[in-house]
Design a binder for this molecule. Sequence first.
Ligand code: SF4
Ligand code: MG
Length: 316
Amino acid sequence: KNLKQYFPINGGIFKRVVGHVRAVDDISIAINEQETLALVGESGCGKSTTGKMILRLIQPTDGDILYNGQNIAALSNEQFRALRKDIQIIFQDPYSSLNPRMTVRQLLLEPILTHKLMPKQQAEQEIIEIIKHVGLTEKSFSKYPHEFSGGQRQRISIARALVLKPKFLVLDEPVSALDVSIQAQILNLLKKLQQQYQLTYLFISHDLNVVRHVSDRIAVMYLGHIVEIAPAQELFENPKHPYSQALISAIPKKHPNDFVERIILKGEIPDPSNPPEGCPFHTRCLYAKEQCKSGTIPNFQISELHDVKCVLYENA
Ligand code: SF4
Ligand code: MG
């Protein structure tokens, strides 16, 4: 709720704060239990920063992070520790998130024992169950991460998150490092596990195609702002924000009949340390008018679950 992350920029010989990178600039989203909400946008738009704030890997500059009504951002480290196992993150690169010197067995046991969830003997049983649920076998227990393919390593990362019986997972580009054929397998696995473990996902991706079939709703981010949020199918069929329209027009179509003229955006993403006044997208928008260049652009509601931050819809 009203979440912000302004990273200070230090400059000059005294390394004083000379400005801020507005990585996340006042976003509010609600994620429902057992839903998958995708957060989509180009690299640098603030998606991963949002995920990291939820995990308290970085402290928000301002705003609240409400988890079942409790403000995570305001908890002490001690208080947060009790919640920490409920909320896990899966990163893009399973190479760097798995300790190369630990066997799979150690990798899976460690979180359970650190959080003192159960006695070791019981934990040993538990991890046998979980490794099967992610599509691997006990044979993998004595091996090290480098002995696996990228897709298998991501399965191990997922298992390592699941051993804590989390309720909420932040998936930060979980399939972006994988081949397209393997991507589908991991996406299917995530879907299956969501049902099985009643998980809630925040699925961060730069690729709309990846989130298309796994998300209930999609939020589109641009330059630290959420510019549109809608149910997944509605966003694809009826994107309203000019930025969402451009992103969707850029997706290769499976069918020649689905042809949509590709919208080429002019210019580059502005520097987040010096973002434009008014609508963050106005420097690249084909429909920008004078009123887009100053003030705050409000959210307009298109339908019950569809919001867009764009003045074209003020009479919608
Ligand atoms: Fe374009 Fe204006 Fe809408 Fe921003 S508010 S997306 S500049 S029309
Ligand atoms: Mg990222």
